[in-house]
Design a protein around this ligand. Structure first.
Ligand code: GLA
Length: 733
């Protein structure tokens, strides 16, 4: 049973296999009681709940008992489950402004409903459950009677995944208007503050670098205001105990299933109590609710691990791989692809493309992806986005003609789109200059020489759906790379009324999600890969529609160690597009061995992005070997349990372990950055193996007992700069 309600004590215990999330009703308020290791009983927390509520702290507002002297309840010293802005003047989770100008809400518990399974989140991506899953949900209704405000907190408990999802519905039941200024998806109050906060910061070509900082008295917060989750921050934070390592200690993960503006942070007050909030960014946001209207937040996913950061990552990986990603390719090995972007950029014709495809086909590659430059008059960044019709000068036989030739080789064809964008120089812009996001009277600033289509408008989203559908129906296209190469500026349009203008970024996301939902269900056999200038929108929201995302435009194997390692913090290897590119690398100018490029890329969704015609015979042989090997191991990588054993950030090299779901195979990938003379001895201790089993390593032929591999380790022997070692251990019977 996932959710237990002790009616006598008015306590809720949301139990997963190994965690408990507890709250209770105290003097009418919904109070947070506990989150952490599983607690079996729900009978001893009543006193603990109110603990502190009557504590006299200076300068805090409270009511006084009838005698006028005994201090009454003080909300500011009570751990809240979902704090509205009121006399609790800590960072709130909810901030509503009413039409009388006031912004004070007092939420009292009204009732709850527990039910099996989980409802979908209307119009937004969310974790889901399937028949047979041990999932239970609860809707808890809170209300401010005076203001006609209702708030429904929804929690779903994924027992076997050790995860809890949360979302919030705000309902205007009053006669007047109200404005949602802030509505977090999740908020948790901790009665301690000895934590660090980890986030994933970055920029184009250097995405998702873990950043761990101690909490301080005040608010530590990350956010995106770019209209996209962004390269710069990821919608995720972890709050960890001071002693947490990769393998031990307490870590709480907060991840938001959303691809737009978000905020996440932790505020510590003077009493060392911490409030963590995550949700849509409240900066530059408001949402008008007419009487009877409601606002739904995106979903937050919370996990708790007492096995350090790897424990947290493993929980997210399993849940997101199995119950966030969807579609035909969720569980399947994906076709091994070659992409022409770094091979040709926009300068290609049919003959050139076919010559790359033929060579790739000989090497066993299964899917040819035609990237940017196939449509309109697109020969550089400055034109044609929006004109999704084929450029016959480059492809005289059209996409259909190309598809037929690619299919005749025995390969699939994939196509790049950037459907959310519009170029000044495009037929679409000439026909609909008002379709881009813009502010009347202001210059429309370009980024990568393009503007953003205003998907907050239904007719614009409908155009996007139709344009992409028309191309996909016109030829046998079996893969789509959905790109998005700029962030929002001059956020506005001339359609929404002034009081709804600040709704635009979220309305845009709802439009985008509608487009993706329609297209992925209309074309269920097409594999979608997300992209945004590489990994600028690598978030759980996009993973709901595309089971893989291009991790970064940086295809240098060494830079990829940093990027992939950071990305594994939340996202599974099955979600990460990773390609072998040419050397010297186009972003870094660095030359690394093809074996290293292969080893690093095989730790994600493997592919190539170069012209194989330019490789030597010897390199081509290696490509063939890599392709063969990856086809064999992709099921292992796909559903493996990932452990970071050595971190490129702190140990100078990476050692990543991927343990197959059935435990029969274990892959260990080690890769150096720069090495030093006279290196010290170094052993890599493997994790979670069967201690009694004997493992045979394929390439060295060595047989080693599990307990030896875990306690003594495998000697790190790679001694050259940029050298990778790829090992496959098989359990012997
Ligand atoms: C973005 C993508 C690249 C490539 C180019 C094409 O930068 O991340 O992989 O598709 O666009 O313009």
């Amino acid at each position: 049973m996932g959710i237990v309600f002790n009616e006598k004590e008015m306590l809720f215990n949301l139990k997963t296999k190994s965690t408990s999330y507890m709250m209770g009703v105290y003097e009418g308020y919904l109070v947070h009681a506990y989150y952490g290791k599983r607690i079996e009983h729900e009978d001893s927390l009543t006193d603990a709940l109110g603990f502190g509520a009557y504590r006299v702290k200076s300068f805090m507002a409270r009511d006084f008992k009838e005698d006028g002297r005994s201090p009454g309840l003080c909300l500011e010293s009570l751990p809240q489950e979902y704090a509205a802005f009121n006399s609790d003047i800590r960072e709130p989770a909810l901030h509503i402004q009413y039409d009388d100008g006031s912004a004070y809400s007092l939420l009292k518990y009204e009732g709850h409903k527990i039910y099996k399974g989980k409802k979908p989140l209307c119009g937004m991506p969310a974790v889901y459950c399937e028949e047979g899953d041990d999932v239970e949900s609860i809707d808890i209704t809170l209300a401010d009677e005076l203001k006609g405000l209702k708030v429904v907190l929804t929690y779903s408990v994924f027992s076997d995944y050790d995860a809890i999802t949360r979302s919030v519905k705000v309902i205007n039941e009053s006669e007047g208007k109200m404005s949602v200024k802030k509505a977090m998806s999740a908020s948790v109050d901790f009665t301690r503050s000895d934590f660090d906060m980890t986030s994933l910061y970055g920029a184009w070509a250097k995405e998702r670098r873990p950043d761990k900082k101690a909490l301080f008295h005040g608010t530590q917060r990350i956010e995106s205001t770019r209209g996209s989750s962004s390269h710069n921050q990821n919608p995720f934070i972890a709050i960890s105990s001071k002693d947490a390592t990769d393998f031990a200690g307490e870590v709480y993960g907060f991840s938001l299933v959303y691809s737009g503006n978000f905020e996440a942070g932790a505020s510590v007050d003077a009493y060392n109590e911490t409030r963590v909030n995550i949700g849509i960014n409240s900066f530059d946001f408001s949402w008008l609710l007419e009487p009877g209207e409601e606002f739904l937040t995106p979903e937050a996913v919370l996990v708790y691990s007492d096995a350090g950061f790897n424990g947290m990552s493993q929980r997210y990986h399993k849940l997101y791989r199995n119950r966030l990603c969807r579609g035909k390719y969720r569980d399947l090995s994906r076709p091994l692809l070659i992409n022409n972007w770094e091979a040709t950029y926009m300068s290609f014709d049919e003959e050139k493309l076919l010559s790359i495809a033929k060579k790739a086909n000989e090497a066993g590659i299964e899917l040819f992806v035609l990237d940017d430059g196939w449509f309109g008059k697109r020969n550089s960044d400055n034109s044609s986005l929006g004109d999704w019709f084929v450029n016959r000068e480059k492809l005289p036989n059209g996409i259909d003609g190309l598809a037929k030739k690619i299919n005749a080789l025995g390969m699939k064809l994939g196509l790049w789109f950037e459907p959310e964008m519009i170029s000044y120089d495009s037929e679409l812009y000439r026909a609909h200059p008002d379709w881009c996001i813009h502010l009347k009277g202001r210059e429309r600033l370009e980024s990568r020489q393009q503007l953003i289509l205003d998907l907050s408008r239904d007719e614009v989203t409908d155009y996007v759906i139709k344009a992409v559908s028309d191309v996909l129906s016109s030829a046998n296209i079996e893969y789509v790379k959905w790109d998005m190469n700029r962030n929002m500026s001059e956020v506005g349009n001339e359609v929404l009324p002034p009081e709804r203008q600040r709704e635009l970024p979220h309305r845009y996301m709802l439009g985008l999600y509608r487009a993706l939902e329609t297209l992925t269900s209309r074309f269920p056999n097409v594999l979608f890969e997300g992209c945004s200038g590489g990994g600028g929108r690598f978030d759980p929201g996009m993973l709901y529609y595309s089971p893989q995302i291009w991790t970064s435009d940086n295809s240098d194997a060494i830079e990829r160690l940093y990027i992939q390692e950071g990305t594994y913090t939340v996202y599974p290897p099955s979600a990460m597009g990773a390609h072998v590119a040419a050397v010297p690398n186009h972003q870094m100018g660095r030359t690394t061995p093809i074996a290293t490029r292969g080893a690093v890329a095989m730790c994600g969704q493997f592919g190539y992005e170069l012209d194989l015609n330019k490789l030597s015979e010897e390199e081509l042989e290696q490509v063939k070997e890599q392709v063969k090997l990856y086809k064999e191991i992709s099921p292992i990588i796909h559903s493996s349990e990932y452990s970071r054993i050595k971190s490129v950030y702190t140990d100078g090299y990476s050692a990543w372990q991927f343990k197959a779901e059935d435990g029969e195979h274990v892959i260990l990938m080690m890769c150096n950055t720069l090495t030093h003379a006279n290196p010290e001895s170094d052993f890599v201790k493997m994790r979670n193996l069967d201690k009694d089993a004997m493992y045979k390593e394929r390439f060295t032929g060595r047989c080693v007992r599990g307990e030896y591999l875990m306690n003594v380790g495998w000697q790190h022997t790679g001694r050259k700069d940029f050298e990778a070692t790829f090992l496959i251990f098989e359990k012997m019977c």
